[in-house]
Design a protein around this ligand. Structure first.
Ligand code: FAD
Length: 472
């Protein structure tokens, strides 16, 4: 069969990994085709992930800020929420970005084909459109960026619209009176923050012994405290064991995660959001027909140049492994496109920052205290509580802190964690410090603007350096 389209570079999937790879490849002179199942570009991140969730979290922050204004003698009254308008705001934000991508693809003459792609051989992909029609694309090189999807817990009545994954929850169909969030990770807690602000009574159950498992416990505490203060019920070491879909609601039974543990009684909820992780899409592409190895779980192993076991086929983003984050996908995308265009490069970034855009935000990068302990690393910790920050006091948000981890022998920064408003913005400085091999003095002696939350990074360095022994 003769190919319908021939190209130097084929990119499969138009999420942050895929569109970045396609644009970079085109900029570097490769004749590029981008295949995406959905008519909108942008993948999970732009359509049903990072962007809509942050638009809704902004609305939650506005509600929360207004409720705090009372303390300053400013009264706004109880918020009236026009759900259609809020949904419209979120959709407008998403639409602006996805339309922008369409324009950027046209500018670069990236040919976009809408349909589901499957490999037929090492140089051929078949794309099936909604109408069932197929196109054969022949390629010289390829970047697979087909991403991931939410894990659907087995045993849940998924055909009941009251059982939601994160995509459904972002639809904002209504504000349930009683919402259960199964899974206390980043996505579950971001959505808990949104729905709690909109007025839902939210219950969170988490299987492990803390929220955001893997993150240092001290970073999570201020968030857990604030959620509880807002009335969010949190049950740790508990699993949702079964859901009985009744007319009046979803009756959920719980079990302790371990024998001998405690679990709450069964309760009826109006909606249940399941946010227990994401699974890679690598297993659905017939990638083996192209000579690409796929693991049992659906990940595609790659080398330091993002090459798969077929050396002319690269893979990037969520389907090559954790952390499943958009900025990791875009970094890998540029690397893959540049290597495909002949650059002699490989992965050199030392760290990938993580952020939970909850309220307060939690951000961390590099080595965590948990990890330092587990690896037996000799680390020094500088920790600055925001209760001593003029800016944090001024905005009424003193519950945060900033901590830095240093290699004890060299004084080099190897990790950092921040909890507090805008932690996600502040963490970039620590990522840069680690990438540049900064020592504690480099940060402590860098003049930070006053009064800002960014000063807390320098203060944390000073705390470790011994430059200050007392807080001021
Ligand atoms: P994806 O974005 O998953 O894109 C893959 C694309 O490939 C999709 O468009 C899919 O339709 C397409 N595709 C798959 N298979 C085929 C096929 N066979 N044929 C054609 N097309 C196909 N990350 C952050 O960094 N910050 C955040 O704040 C953040 N918030 C999030 C909030 C939520 C609710 C969720 C669910 C995720 C969030 N993430 C966040 C994670 C982020 O969305 C992902 O890490 C990112 O989208 C991964 O990009 P990707 O390019 O690997 O894949």
């Amino acid at each position: 069969r003769k190919a319908d389209v021939e190209c130097a570079m084929l990119v499969l999937g138009a999420g942050p990994g895929g569109y970045t790879a396609a644009f970079r490849a085109a900029d570097l002179g490769l004749d590029t085709v981008l295949v995406e199942r959905y008519p909108e570009l942008g993948g999970v991140c732009l359509n049903v992930g990072c962007i809509p969730s942050k638009a809704l979290l902004h609305a939650a922050a506005v509600i929360d800020g207004a409720s705090q204004a009372d303390e300053m003698g400013i009264a706004f009254g109880k918020p009236k929420i026009a759900l259609d308008k809020l949904r419209g705001y979120k959709n407008k934000v998403v639409g602006q970005l996805t339309k922008g991508l369409g324009g950027m693809a046209r500018q670069r003459k990236v040919k976009v084909i809408t349909g589901v792609g499957r490999f037929l051989s090492a140089n051929e992909l078949e794309v099936t459109g909604d109408d069932g029609k197929t196109q054969l694309v022949a390629f010289r090189q390829c970047v697979i960026a087909a991403g991931s999807q939410a894990v659907k817990l087995p045993g849940f009545p998924w055909d009941d619209p009251r059982v939601m994954d994160s995509t459904d929850a972002l639809e904002l169909a209504d504000v349930p009176k009683q919402l259960l969030v199964v899974g206390g990770g980043i996505i579950g807690l971001e959505m808990a923050t949104v729905y709690s602000a909109l007025g839902s009574a939210v219950t969170v159950v988490e299987f492990m012994d803390q929220l955001m498992p893997g993150t240092d416990k001290d970073l999570v505490k201020p968030l857990a405290d604030r959620l509880k203060k807002q009335g969010v019920e949190i049950h740790l070491q508990v699993k949702a064991a079964g859901v009985d879909a009744q007319k009046k609601g979803l009756k959920v039974s719980f079990e302790p995660a371990q024998d001998g543990g405690k679990a709450p009684d069964a309760q009826v909820f109006d909606r249940v959001l399941v946010a227990v992780g994401r699974a890679p899409n690598g297993g659905k592409l017939d990638a083996e027909k192209a000579g690409v190895k796929v693991t049992e779980r659906g990940f595609i192993p790659v080398d330091r140049q993002m090459r798969t076991t077929a050396s002319h086929i690269f893979a990037i983003g969520d389907l090559v492994g954790n952390p499943m984050l958009a900025h990791k996908a875009t970094h890998e995308a540029k690397l893959a496109a540049e290597v495909a265009s002949g650059a002699k490069k490989e992965w050199v970034a030392r760290v990938i920052p993580s952020v939970a855009y909850t309220d307060p935000e939690i951000a961390w990068v590099g080595v965590t205290e948990n990890e330092a302990k587990a690896r037996g690393l000799k680390v020094g910790v500088g920790k600055f509580p925001w209760a001593a920050s003029g800016r944090a006091i001024g905005i009424g948000r003193t519950e945060g802190f900033t901590k830095l981890l240093f290699d004890e022998a060299s004084g080099q920064v190897i990790g950092g964690g921040i909890v507090g408003v805008h932690a996600g913005e502040l963490i970039a400085e620590i990522a840069l410090a680690i990438e540049m091999g900064c020592e504690v003095g480099d940060i402590a002696h860098t003049i930070h603007p006053h009064p800002t939350l960014s000063e807390s990074v320098a203060m944390a360095a000073e705390m470790f350096d011994g430059t200050i022994t007392d807080l001021y």
